[in-house]
Design a protein around this ligand. Structure first.
Ligand SMILES: Nc1ncnc2c1ncn2[C@@H]1O[C@H](COP(=O)(O)OP(=O)(O)OP(=O)(O)O)[C@@H](O)[C@H]1O
Ligand SMILES: [Mg+2]
Length: 216
C-alpha cells in the first residue's frame, strides 16, 4: 500500500526520501539569502505542524524565486515526502510541462489512458505538487486545461503545492486562473541564489583534486 503510494507519487529519484531537516540554510553564501531560506524552512515546518487546519481550508504553498537552482523543488518535495510518509496523504509530483504533455498524449489513438482519466487523477489526488508552473507555453488550450484542474481542486479544497520562477501575480496566465492559484496557496519566497551552481562547483573542485592527485 505504502509502496503503491510511493510509486504513484512519482517523486524524482534525486529527491527521494529528502527531509525538511536536511534542507540546509548555510549553503547560501549571502547572509540575507540564509535568512530567507531559514524563514521558508520555518514556514514549511509550521505548515506541517498545522497541516490539519490548512488541509481543511485547502491551502497549499507556492515556492518562488526568479533564480534557478535556489531549492524550490527541493523544499516542495521534502514537504511532499512528509505528507506522504508521515501524514499518509496521497501525493503526486509532476512538472507543469509533463502534465500538459501527458494530457496531449491521450489525444493519440494508441494512448493507454484517456484525457478524462488523467484529469480525474490529477484533480482528485489529495496533494498535488506542480513543479515549475509558468514555464509552459501559454495558449487558450493550456489555460483551459489548467483552469479546469485548479478550479476543481479549489472547489474541493484539495491541497496544491507549486514551485515557480515567477510570483503568482506575474504569471502569464489569464486572470481567472491566477486568481484561483492566489486563493489556493500561501506564497513562500525562496532565496535568489543558485545553490545548484554552488554545489556543482564544490563537487567539481573535489573531483578535480582527486584527478590531479591521481587517487581515482
Ligand atoms: N537548501 C538546500 N539544502 C540542500 N540542498 C539544496 C538546497 N537547495 C538546493 N539544494 C540542492 O540544489 C539543487 C537545486 O535545487 P532545486 O532543484 O530545488 O532548485 P530549484 O529552485 O527548483 O531550481 P529550478 O528553478 O531550476 O527548478 C538540488 O540538487 C537540491 O537538492
Ligand atoms: Mg525546480
Amino acid at each position: 500500500m505504502q509502496s503503491n503510494r510511493l510509486k504513484f507519487a512519482n517523486i524524482p529519484t534525486e529527491f527521494n526520501g529528502l527531509t525538511i531537516n536536511s534542507f540546509e540554510v548555510n549553503c547560501y553564501q549571502e547572509d540575507f539569502n540564509r535568512q530567507i531560506a531559514k524563514k521558508a524552512k520555518q514556514m514549511v515546518a509550521n505548515y506541517i505542524h498545522g497541516f490539519d487546519e490548512f488541509a481543511q481550508t485547502g491551502k497549499g504553498l507556492y515556492f518562488y524565486s526568479e533564480k534557478r537552482g535556489s531549492g524550490k523543488t527541493r523544499l516542495a518535495v521534502s514537504l511532499g515526502n512528509v505528507l506522504l510518509n508521515k501524514i499518509r496523504r496521497q501525493v503526486k509530483f509532476i512538472t507543469s510541462i509533463d502534465l500538459l504533455k501527458e494530457i496531449k498524449n491521450t489525444y493519440n489513438e494508441e494512448s493507454e489512458y484517456t484525457e478524462s482519466q488523467i484529469l480525474e487523477t490529477i484533480t482528485n489526488v489529495d496533494v498535488l505538487i506542480i513543479d515549475d508552473i509558468g514555464v509552459e507555453k501559454k495558449s487558450p488550450w493550456v489555460n483551459e486545461i489548467l483552469f479546469g484542474i485548479f478550479d476543481n481542486r479549489m472547489k474541493y479544497r484539495k491541497i496544491t503545492i507549486f514551485t515557480s520562477n515567477c510570483e503568482i501575480e506575474n504569471l502569464e496566465h489569464d486572470e481567472r486562473l491566477k486568481s484561483r492559484i492566489l486563493k489556493m496557496c500561501i506564497p513562500v519566497k525562496m532565496p535568489e541564489e543558485d545553490v545548484r551552481k554552488n554545489i556543482a562547483k564544490s563537487e567539481n573542485e573535489e573531483l578535480q583534486m582527486r584527478l590531479m592527485e591521481g587517487k581515482g
